[in-house]
Write a protein that binds this ligand. Structure first.
Ligand SMILES: Nc1ncnc2c1ncn2[C@@H]1O[C@H](COP(=O)(O)OP(=O)(O)OP(=O)(O)O)[C@@H](O)[C@H]1O
Length: 305
């Protein structure tokens, strides 16, 4: 299991990770979600022993990463597509990593096949595209067949085919019973990739739940309404005691209403040129924006699977 206990990191007076306690379970893909600068990379770097916590602990199977004897056989990591000497071939890079971790070099050709780099194995890594570098980074992470994976924005810069491939790899690893922690600020991506979600903003835990429960809880009981005179309708609904959120997106402008029944909303909306009325089905994107905007404490309100 990957775990943080009251994990805190400060740079000067700025708290980047704030008292974060989470447990990442095996057998599922856990999405680590947050807007830019939320503290995801810093948390992952602390888990990998690359940053020292100001307080609290980051543990892999109950111990700090730094104490692992052959780390690559316990945790596979992908940070910034991994570092590779530009003049070294993919194969030589992997053989070097394998040797330094006492991993059988026979595994190198096997893993090159798995990540689809067999043809390019003898080319210099400096000539690789971003997508190929991501594949090589993942190959490095998978080399020691570790139980745990920590992947920082692995889909960054990939084309749709590459994204599909990475998703499949993560799913397969989870199905094999591995722990897979994957960060992203792309919510739509996470909704298609992850089973569980850990959401942070400004270093603080906002949600620790399943993707399904997260979306359901965010959208529960809201009524979506579009009308010609939307702002006036919003005021009228508030006057009737409803809680009203104005959703402004590139596609449309609508209201999300709670505190009144759909019949009551319909009664009011009739006077304001109603165009559409129904139970809201929120996207993960909307739920996330709403949550991080309000900074609502969410953790614990919805149980895990
Ligand atoms: N070494 C450092 N010194 C000072 N501040 C830092 C350092 N590393 C990170 N930060 C700050 O910590 C905050 C969190 O950064 P972090 O990279 O962990 O966020 P993130 O959630 O991974 O965001 P992104 O998706 O943009 O990578 C940012 O405001 C960043 O500027």
């Amino acid at each position: 299991m990957i775990e943080t206990r009251n994990l805190t990191k400060r740079y000067g007076s700025k708290t980047v990770v704030d008292n974060l306690s989470v447990q990442i379970q095996p057998g599922v893909v856990t999405g680590f979600l947050g807007p830019n600068g939320a503290g995801k990379s810093t948390t992952m770097r602390m888990l990998l022993g690359l940053e020292r916590p100001t307080s609290g602990t980051a543990l892999i199977d109950g111990v700090p990463y730094r104490t692992l004897k052959r780390p690559l056989t316990t945790v596979g990591a992908l940070l910034d597509a991994g570092w590779v000497h530009p003049k070294r071939s993919a194969r030589d890079h992997l053989r070097w990593v394998a040797a330094s971790n006492r991993i059988d070099t026979a595994r190198v050709d096997e893993i090159l096949e798995i990540v689809g780099l067999r043809e390019a194995a003898r080319r210099k890594a400096g000539e690789f595209s971003l997508g190929m570098r991501q594949r090589l980074g993942l190959a490095t992470a998978m080399l020691g067949d570790p139980q745990h994976y920590i992947l920082d924005e692995p889909v960054n810069g990939l084309d749709p085919e590459g994204i599909h491939w990475i998703r499949q790899v993560m799913r397969r690893l989870a199905d094999q019973g591995k722990t897979v922690l994957v960060s992203s600020h792309l919510l739509s991506e996470m909704s298609q990739t992850a089973d569980n979600l850990i959401v942070i903003a400004q270093g603080r835990l906002l949600a620790d739940t399943t993707v399904e429960a997260f979306v359901a809880a965010q959208g529960a009981g809201k009524i979506r309404v579009r009308a010609r005179r939307l702002d006036e309708l919003a005021a009228a609904l508030r006057h009737r005691g409803a809680e009203v959120i104005v959703r402004d997106s590139a596609q449309d402008r609508c209201l999300a209403v709670t505190g009144l029944s759909i019949e009551e909303v319909a009664d009011v909306a009739g006077d304001y040129g109603v165009l559409e009325l129904g139970q809201e089905r929120v996207s993960l994107e909307d739920a996330f924006i709403e949550m991080t905007r309000d900074g609502v404490e969410y953790a614990g309100s919805v149980g895990r699977k």
